[in-house]
Structures are given as structure tokens and as C-alpha cells.
Design a binder for this molecule. Structure first.
Ligand SMILES: *Cc1c(COP(=O)(O)O)cnc(C)c1O
Length: 225
């Protein structure tokens, strides 16, 4: 007998329930699960919405603009987070669509976001992304410049900065990165910490994550772009 080459689609609602149980078991009763739906089509996202989930993350403005307006029309109270790098020329679109922008990482972008928020009369919450591993290819402000950028976002640009986000190096123990992010948040009086993904969210919760960003554990493996 030959087996089908097509893998059965994952049970998204069951996966969500399992992730929620693991988050709670890790002591994260109040932790928000940002379901990262990048690369997945509306057919894969709808079961999560139908199960009552409302917080989602995307990493590309263009892809999100193609998928989410229709889903936001069909389901109320969706909260959409941008978790990928943002080019200044996409700031207008991002302000229009997203409810939270987790990837604020440089003054030029902060200034543009402030301009676009004033123009749109819409103020998505902002998180400053910190490149805790100081990886040259990765977005995020270097840790040593984080305090200054946070201050500029607040005082100079008047952005609604609520927290910090990080994406630790894939091949390192994430714990020191989560600890560093928590330390930067504490000394800047920021209450929101977006850290932890499918492979390490339980550790992130130990270090005070308020938002975990979960893709694979909810939606299954991502198709290649
Ligand atoms: C894709 C992505 C995630 C989710 O990753 P998984 O390992 O699939 O859970 C989280 N955060 C960011 C910034 C991402 O780009």
C-alpha cells in the first residue's frame, strides 16, 4: 500500500488548546499567546478564529495586507501584531492594519511611525525590538542603545511604547537573552515582554514573558516561501 504524500493538516484548535495548557502549566496564566500565522493561508487561520483565538502575528506587511482585512471583517476583536522587520516605506500600511508593532528598532522608523499615526488617527501599540545577540543580520536595536531609543520613542516621537521584543540566536541558550530583555524592560519601566517561540516559550515565561509568539506548535510546519 502506498501512503499519501500529502500530510494531513494539523488540528489547529487542538494545538491551540495544548499550547494554552502548556503556557498555564509553566505559570503563564496571564501570558498572551500571539499565534504567528505567517506563510499560512486563511483556511489554516480560520479554525483558530472559530475556536475563539483573537491574537495573531505576521512578519510581512504585504502578506498580512493580503490576508487579514477579510478575516478582520469576518471576526470581531482581532488583535494583529507585526513581528517582522518593518521598512519605513511600509510604515503607512503597517499603521493602518496592525494593532501592535513589535519591531520598532531605529529612530528613523520611529519618526515615520509617529508621522503615519498622526496622519491616520490610529495609534498601534509599539514594542522596541532588541537584538540581544547582537547578530549583524538580525533586526533590533543593540542592547547598549536600547535605553536611548526607548527614550526617543517616548519623548521625541510620542509613540505608545508598551514593551520590548527579542528573537534570540537560534543556536544559543535563550535564557540569558530573555534575562537581558527583562532587565532592559525593568529599568525603563516597561511592562510588556514579547519573548519565546514554539521551542522555548516555557523558558521565556520563567523569565517574565507577557506575550509568547507561537507559530509551528499551533499551525504546523511552514510551507517554503
Ligand atoms: C516565525 C516567528 C515566530 C514563530 O516561530 P515558531 O518557532 O514557528 O513558533 C515568532 N517570532 C517571530 C519574530 C517570527 O518571525
Amino acid at each position: 500500500m502506498t501512503q499519501s504524500a500529502v500530510e494531513a493538516p494539523p488540528d489547529v484548535a487542538a494545538n491551540l488548546a495544548e499550547v494554552a495548557a502548556r503556557v498555564a502549566a509553566a505559570g503563564g496564566e496571564n501570558v498572551r499567546i500571539v499565534a504567528v500565522s505567517k506563510t499560512h493561508g486563511a483556511d489554516r487561520i480560520r479554525p483558530a478564529l472559530e475556536a475563539g483565538h483573537r491574537i495573531f502575528g505576521e512578519n510581512r506587511v504585504q502578506e498580512a495586507t493580503a490576508k487579514w482585512p477579510a478575516l478582520k471583517d469576518a471576526f470581531e476583536r482581532v488583535e494583529l501584531h507585526l513581528v517582522g522587520p518593518l521598512q519605513t516605506n511600509k510604515a503607512r500600511e503597517a499603521v493602518r492594519l496592525f494593532d501592535v508593532i513589535q519591531s520598532v528598532d531605529r529612530p528613523k522608523l520611529a519618526r515615520r511611525l509617529a508621522d503615519e499615526m498622526a496622519r491616520a488617527g490610529r495609534r498601534p501599540a509599539c514594542y522596541v525590538q532588541v537584538n540581544t545577540g547582537e547578530e549583524p543580520q538580525k533586526a533590533g536595536v543593540p542592547p547598549a542603545e536600547a535605553d536611548a531609543l526607548i527614550a526617543a520613542c517616548r519623548d521625541e516621537y510620542g509613540l505608545p511604547v508598551e514593551g520590548l521584543m527579542c528573537l534570540p540566536p537560534f543556536d544559543e541558550d535563550p535564557a540569558p537573552h530573555f534575562a537581558l530583555l527583562a532587565q532592559i524592560a525593568r529599568r525603563n519601566g516597561l511592562g510588556v515582554l514579547s519573548m519565546g517561540m514554539s521551542a522555548d516559550f516555557e523558558i521565556a515565561i520563567q523569565f517574565g514573558a507577557t506575550h509568547v509568539r507561537i507559530g509551528t506548535a499551533i499551525f504546523g510546519p511552514r510551507p517554503k516561501r
